[in-house]
Structure formats: C-alpha cells, structure tokens
Design a protein around this ligand. Sequence first.
Ligand code: KG4
Ligand code: ZN
Length: 333
Amino acid sequence: MTLLAIESSCDDTGAAVFRDGELLSNVVAGQAVHAQYGGVVPELASRAHQQHLLPVVTAALRQAGVDKKELDAVAVTQGPGLLGSLLVGHLFAKSLALALRVPLLTVNHMRAHVLAHFIRAPRPAFPFLCLTVSGGHTQLVVVRSALDMEIIGQTIDDAAGEAFDKTAKLLGLSYPGGPRLDKLAQTGNPRRFVFPEGALDGSFNFSFSGLKTSVLYFLRKETAANPDFIAENLADLCASIQYTIVSTLLRQLKKAAQATGLRQVALAGGVAANSGLREGLQALAETEGYAVFIPDFEFCTDNAAMVGQAAIFQYEAGDFASQLSSPDPRLKL
Ligand code: KG4
Ligand code: ZN
C-alpha cells in the first residue's frame, strides 16, 4: 500500500510517502514570512501553502522514488488548525484522490502528533500516557489504541509553546523564541528567579497565562531600575522561565501517571525538542520507573509523516473520508 500524506494545518507545508508501512520520504517547508510579525499571520500562511504545496509533494514523491500513479491512497490533515491553511492541503488532497481514483483519508492533527511514536522504533505499547506540547496545544492524553484516545488534562489558556514564545518575546528574542530561549537557558541558573507555576490543583490541567504576566511585570520593574537588566541576566532569566514551564508540565504528568497507573510515558509536539523537558522527564523516569518515548525531532514538529502514520491505522480500520469532507479548524481529539 503506497500512501501520500499532506500536512498544512499551521505554518509548515509537509508531504510524506509511505509504502507498506515504511516511511520513504518526509519533506517539510517552513514559512520565514511570519518572523517579522512575531507570530503566524493566517492569511500569509495560506498563501505560502499555495506556493509550497506542489513543490513539497513533488519532492516527497521524487525522494521516495514513487510516481503518483502508484499511489493507493491520499491522506490529509482535517484539523484542528487555521482554516485557510487547512483548506489548501485539503482541497489539494481531495482533488488528487479524485483524479487518481484512490481513497481519501482525513486525519486529526493532534492524534497524528501522538501517533508519530509509531513511525520508527522504539514504539510504545498500548495503553500509554502522552504529553503533547506544541505552539497551539498542551494535552495529557491516555492512548488506549491508535483509534481510542482521551484527553485527561489540557491548558485552559496558553499552550506550553506559546508560553515559551511569549516570554521569549518579552526578553527581546525573535519569533519563534522557544528554541532560542532553550539554548540560552543552558548556561543560566534555573533557580535564580522564581515565577509562578501553572499546574492547576485538583486536575491535570495547565495555565500558562499567569507566567507571561508575571514575567512582564517583573521585567518592567527591574528594567525601570536598570535598563540593562535583561541583557545582564539573559541566561538566568531564560533558565528560570524554562525551569518553571518544565516543572509545571512534569508535575501534571507525574500526577496523571500516578492516577492512571500508566508507566509508559511519551512526549509529542514541537516543545518535545526542549532540552530542559527532555532532561527533566528522563530524571523523573528514573525515580518513578517510567519507560520514556520521544520521537526524532523531525517527527515532533509539524510534519506529514505523522499524518501518514495516523492514516495507516485508519486505512487498516477502513476509516475513509468522502469527497464531501471539509476541514474542521476546531476538530476535537
Ligand atoms: O508542534 P510545533 O512544531 O507546531 C505547532 O504548534 O503545531 O511546535 C512549535 C512550538 C513553538 O512554540 C516553538 O517555540 C516550540 O514548539 N519549540 C520549543 C523548542 N523547539 C520548538 N520550545 C522550547 N524549546 C525548544 N527547544
Ligand atoms: Zn502541531
């Protein structure tokens, strides 16, 4: 079974090709246009998808050594995401499936992040607990099977990636600031400054908007007294902010693992690249006895390989979409 998968939910245009369950190619084109605005501009994102999609699909087929006539199915992200971005991939996939007379599969982007763990070994066994942390989502998910997942905790405001990006912006780091903040944090003291954690009591939910406000007021106060405060303390600020976000994530993850009895713990989404989160989870795993799963970085950030992997599970279950299908920006897990 040869499958082409397409991802266009936010600001990355992706295409991947699988044959008989094996990933043959995974191509992603990012969109530099948003950096100057300090965040993703939806209208610009959909226009960039229009420009990137055909070259990305062509490159994925070429790298896989597959002609489009050999495709047995086409898969695409249905949501959640930006409507204009989703429409570009969705319409392309529908048209291609129609022209080739092959089935269409529509995939939930958040399920695809979770199922990225099955692209390559080591793969977790069902059931497992997954912490999905990206620029748009923060979810604790009990994964009973490829088709049966339940959110047991999530953010009530900002996502973890958003918390990284927004605090990084307050420090003057360019968008997306998460990776830059991570890099600077490595030489800083994580206990130098104390910010409020966002783990909500009595639930597995998160709240990160208080952190952003607290950092904003703190920096305002300190820079009024010393205009060079940020520059003089940048590494310590980054390390302390990262420590706060990671502690929040791990506190809820640990609670959820205790409550569910699950001992296989997985990370998904772009924030899984964060060095503090990776190290913190490995340390927690040693004391708690977890088996930890973190996909390769190319499968953590938005990509089409995870969409293809999710589609393979749906193909096996006979879960196909019709030509009447449309994107759903608020699609639930
Ligand atoms: O999953 P992703 O590629 O896109 C979606 O949001 O769906 O995640 C992107 C997010 C951004 O907020 C980015 O700043 C964050 O992941 N991120 C990081 C790191 N690498 C990416 N945040 C902290 N540390 C990192 N190393
Ligand atoms: Zn994503």
